[in-house]
Design a protein around this ligand. Structure first.
Ligand code: ZN
Length: 412
């Protein structure tokens, strides 16, 4: 029965996301929206639409492949073969579990490489975004594997240990440990993890820095770190974000963003990012993720040692580490629901951050201009379908944001 449930879940999530992608691609409008006249010429607008079509086709093919591989792997007892291999070394539960999960992770990574290479070197390249060299591509994969080994494996070992030893209370211990760990990672990531992938340099002195600091001071925001990141190492796409908290928190602007925007636009963008912080969005998302962790471990604890679940995966032996992996399949619908919920909340927060930027910096024109340029430079879809937005968009469609900004009374 579990086998049927799991395959239905896999098929369902594939079908739902394919329908949303299909509707999204069908929703492309022939005519350029009024707002963007003068920002897109006909040719470039066409290009942005082709970019969406290419990505939609590619994402359909890659999720179809991964669906087929997953189902075949389950049906032929792939998990059991990996388990027998892990057990052949004769270690205890924890080390055997580490081998089991490491082999599965490697298999997943390896099957993903051709797709990620095609995406970077064919699709992104075709639209002029790609700056990733083969060397960067390969070293990213290796760095991710090392991080997984250094961070992922120990935490997996601790969780297996809790569930193997503490039975009914294990979910509490595991939740607390993972939450503390998540906090630690968020705290140190800007200093110890992110620099492995990109260069972060403090923003140099000049008009931009002066203006940003002046604005931050007016808003009584202690600017602890204002960094420029070499986003151009991988792509010409532009972005800005907030990372870390406490002592290591920082605002990061991509070098590509700085190159393409005026000082006023960049201050609006920074004001938006600060808005996320001032409105407590970052902390609220962290708390939601902790609640999610607790729910996962509680539900997981109900399935530990469930023979039916192991039978579905053709397993000869029952193990704690196996349950951790198999439960992930049962969790698919819940995680889909939670990710939709998270996107709904995130879109609301984006409006709030825009409002914060506009009412504090009082330059809606610069904010609108920044959003338009961001859209054009990243060839964003101007007319996404409602279902796609509802399910997958963490940010509202740009035209909705512009409309909302125009409706803000800046004296608020
Ligand atoms: Zn935002």
């Amino acid at each position: 029965m579990y086998l049927v449930i799991i395959i239905v879940f896999l098929l369902l999530s594939f079908t739902i996301s394919s329908i949303s992608d299909y509707l999204n691609a069908k929703n492309l409008k022939e005519n350029l929206p009024e707002e963007f006249v003068g920002y897109y010429d006909e040719e470039k607008y066409k290009k942005s639409q082709n970019y969406l079509k290419d990505r939609t086709k590619f994402s359909f093919l890659s999720s179809l492949t991964s669906l087929i591989i997953s189902i075949v792997f389950i049906l032929v007892g792939g998990f059991n073969y990996v388990d027998l291999f892990a057990r052949s070394f004769g270690f205890g539960e924890i080390v055997t579990g580490l081998i089991f999960v490491a082999v599965l992770y490697l298999l997943l990574e390896i099957t993903g490489i051709p797709f990620s290479a095609y995406n970077t070197f064919v699709i992104e390249e075709k639209y002029g975004f790609n700056k990733t060299t083969v060397k960067t591509f390969v070293s990213d994969i290796i760095k991710n594997l090392i991080l997984m080994a250094v961070i992922g494996l120990p935490i997996f070992a601790v969780i297996v240990m809790f569930f193997a030893k503490y039975g009914s209370l294990a979910w509490i211990y595991a939740s607390v440990t993972v939450i503390l760990f998540e906090l630690l990672i968020t705290f140190i990531a800007p200093v110890f993890i992110m620099p492995l992938f990109n260069k972060y340099v403090p923003l140099e002195d000049g008009e931009l820095k002066t203006e940003l600091e002046k604005y931050a001071k007016e808003q009584d925001f202690k600017m602890k770190g204002l960094y420029k990141m070499d986003g151009s190492k991988r792509s010409t796409k532009t972005n800005a974000f907030f990372a870390g908290f406490g002592k290591f928190r920082r605002i990061v602007l991509f070098d590509t963003l700085i190159a393409k925007h005026t000082t006023q636009e960049l201050v609006s963008v920074l004001a938006h990012e600060m808005g996320h912080y001032k409105k407590g969005h970052i902390h609220k998302f962290m708390i939601m993720s902790f609640i999610n962790t607790i729910i996962i471990f509680f539900l997981l604890s109900l399935f530990i040692g469930n023979e039916g679940l192991f039978a579905a995966f053709k397993m000869q032996h029952i193990s704690v580490y196996g349950a951790l992996i198999f439960f992930g399949f049962l969790y698919t619908p819940i995680s889909m629901f939670l990710s939709i919920l998270q996107n709904v909340i995130s879109r609301k927060y984006e409006y709030e951050a825009d409002r914060y930027s506009v009412t504090t910096y009082k330059n809606p024109k610069a904010m609108v201009e920044a959003l338009k340029k961001l859209s054009v430079d990243n060839l964003s879809n101007l007319t996404p379908h409602k279902m796609k937005v509802f399910m997958e968009y963490s940010h509202p469609p740009v035209l909705d944001r512009i409309k909302a900004i125009r409706n803000i009374n800046i004296e608020d």
